[in-house]
Ligand binder design. Sequence first.
Ligand code: ADP
Ligand code: NI
Length: 234
Amino acid sequence: MNTNTLQQPTHEISSTHQSIIDQTVTYVKKMLEHDQTGHDWWHIHRVWQTALYIAKKEKGDSLVVQLAALLHDIADWKFNDGDDKASARVAQEWLASMGLEKESITHICDIINAVTFKGAGVESQIKTLEGQAVQDADRLDALGAIGIARAFTYGGYKGMPMYDPALEPKFHASFEEYKKHKGTTINHFYEKLLLLKELMNTSTGKRLAEDRHQFIESYLNQFFLEWNIVNENT
Ligand code: ADP
Ligand code: NI
């Protein structure tokens, strides 16, 4: 017996499925090409590649992971009248039009519904490995140098002040509260970004989060160092 066959990956992608992935890439690129909110095509691209990396390490279903990652921000609740199911609905229609099998569509839409961050105190547990890989990849993109850049891009877009010493960070007990809250970009680091490391699902995600978390901590130390020096000198 040829032992090489035993080392084949468990989740080979058929040419039909590969074609669905390729068409989804084109579709998502087109839909998000003018996004200025941190959900541009390159965010999707990074989440897609990171989720794929995690899924390979942890042996998840590559088709489901790739399609869920590609479609996870296709319609954001923050820009759809607070409708947090908008992305899953758009994804469902798109994947059905591509002729993807029903169970895969359901799994992908469940993942998309679950990855949306709903506030620091709100549980958002994902049970499948595929969902965990996508959620970890999405969270990793909110950390590190890129995460910092995205936070300030979002804050600028929303007209939020970067920092205000009079405003305390707020830990949101419900998704409703998190949706309504207005604050500063620096507070967002305490309300979301610094909490993400502990929320990683997979061991690969945890490992990748470590450096990016530390980078944010040093960034904040430097930020407050500069802020306080300026204040002392004025
Ligand atoms: P995700 O891609 O994980 O779904 P979000 O939609 O929550 O991320 O946010 C997109 C980007 O904008 C993230 O990098 C996030 O940290 C940032 N962001 C979201 N809400 C705020 C906020 N209130 N202040 C600053 N940055 C924010
Ligand atoms: Ni995202």
